[in-house]
Design a protein around this ligand. Sequence first.
Ligand SMILES: CC(C)(COP(=O)(O)OP(=O)(O)OC[C@H]1O[C@@H](n2cnc3c(N)ncnc32)[C@H](O)[C@@H]1OP(=O)(O)O)[C@@H](O)C(=O)NCCC(=O)NCCS
Length: 157
Amino acid sequence: MGEIRIRHYDHLRDARSFAALNYRTFRDSIPPDEPVDEEEFKRHHQWLLKHFAPHDARRNTVLVAEIDGKYAGHCWLGQQTDFFTQRVDPWIFDLSVLPQFRRRGVATALHAAVVELLQAGGQSLIGLQVMAHNPAAAKMYEKLGYRPRAISLKKKL
Ligand SMILES: CC(C)(COP(=O)(O)OP(=O)(O)OC[C@H]1O[C@@H](n2cnc3c(N)ncnc32)[C@H](O)[C@@H]1OP(=O)(O)O)[C@@H](O)C(=O)NCCC(=O)NCCS
């Protein structure tokens, strides 16, 4: 398999691949024991894409990884306002790799490129949310140097 190439998102070329992979990751972010109306979720995902506008380079940076010219994964970087301090920090909304390209360092390469961009822009913090039922992602983020800052809890009534 060829080398990993990282480039900026191109809306005309990448919109479909981005939306499909992002849909899968966001859908899988809902814990398996929580009820989901699939049609409602599809509508909500459309709304998320419109509202958070990953293609809008004023608000987001999306990097795409290609292997042998094929879409292999992406990293969607936006911003998040801290609830307590109102500080606005860069925030990874989605770091995803297509199943056939996993465990080859694609996510690590995308993350390194994002960090390089942020450091060049003078940023010193980056955050993200990882779901408790996603140990693969938790392992990856731990390896990339992330440490828990909050633990979000839910209880069945
Ligand atoms: C999580 C994900 C992005 C990892 O992508 P990837 O390109 O396979 O990751 P890398 O090859 O760069 O792996 C880096 C390290 O992360 C850890 N890791 C990645 N996948 C793992 C898995 N399935 N189980 C355990 N550890 C894993 C390993 O430590 C790995 O290093 P190693 O391969 O040398 O052991 C990919 O599995 C994915 O797209 N999952 C679905 C989407 C998702 O959950 N995204 C994160 C939430 S936004």
